[in-house]
Design a protein around this ligand. Structure first.
Ligand code: PGA
Length: 254
């Protein structure tokens, strides 16, 4: 399976900063993307068109939105629609990132609506799941992952569910490892990814094994290759270490 290396810029970079990063990446990758790798960038909304323009014509390099509201349009001040993201050049969309869940209070139900609407609107959706430290320490890892995955996937049309593996990607990001410098250990990652894989088999059936599961949480050039080599790790979602082009390229080549 192709490994997906995704950059989540969060609330970083003005347009000139994004243009500089994107030009550097596009120039490097125009010489050839590392074998078997797909690179994705999730910039802030105002940078999407800048990054998408710089990436035009470069293969295995795509752009996504960090979030959207699940409606075509309407009175939703401060929100952005999938059509607006698409118009700017986004092909992918992140849904349920831990900061959306825990800083902005998004519920499993809202995230489920976003997952369904994003897929319906033709996006490739990256659904983020993960437990907090309290949940892990109180033995709720499986229950949390099961609830987050099933709330988002069960409402999807069963016909679609069986064909989701090229349109839905899961990112497992333990909340306690995001932006903290604390990486989950190999055993913790293998355990959680195994749990996600087995829930996916129950939820989507036949092609669950082809659905990519990415790891995210304090990934850096120094730990990327070890994490990518673990069972059921099909890619990485990188925050802090994706903000410098050299660091992101090092992870892409890890
Ligand atoms: P981090 O963020 O790499 O800075 O821990 C990961 C993420 O939030 O997707």
């Amino acid at each position: 399976m192709q490994k997906i290396i995704a950059a989540n810029w969060k609330m970083h970079k003005t347009r000139p900063e994004a243009a500089q990063f994107a030009a550097q990446i596009a120039q490097e990758l125009a010489k050839g993307t590392p074998e078997g790798r797909l690179a994705l960038i999730f910039p802030p909304y105002t940078d999407i068109a800048t990054v998408a323009d710089a990436f035009a014509g470069v293969t295995n390099l795509a752009v996504g939105g960090q979030n959207f509201y699940p409606a075509e349009n309407g009175a939703f001040t401060g929100e952005i629609s999938p059509a607006m993201l698409r118009d700017a050049g986004a092909v992918w969309a992140l849904v349920g990132h831990s900061e959306r869940r825990h800083v902005f209070g998004e519920s499993d139900e809202l995230i489920a609506r976003k997952t369904a609407f994003g897929l319906e609107q033709g996006f490739k959706v990256m659904l983020c799941v993960g437990e907090t430290l309290d949940e892990r320490e109180s033995g709720q890892l499986k229950a949390v992952l099961s609830r987050q995955l099933s709330t988002a996937i069960t409402p999807l049309d069963p016909k679609d569910r069986a064909r989701l593996s090229d349109r839905l990607v899961i990112a497992y990001e333990p909340v306690w490892a995001i932006g903290t410098g604390k990486v989950a250990g190999p055993d913790e990652i293998v355990e959680a990814h195994g749990v996600v894989r087995s829930f996916l088999r129950d939820l989507v059936g036949g092609n669950a094994d082809e659905m990519p599961i990415l790891y995210g949480g304090s990934v850096k050039p120094a730990n990327a290759s070890t994490i990518l080599g673990l069972d059921n790790v099909d890619g990485l979602l990188v925050g802090g270490a994706s903000l410098e082009a050299a660091s992101f390229l090092a992870i892409l080549r890890a």
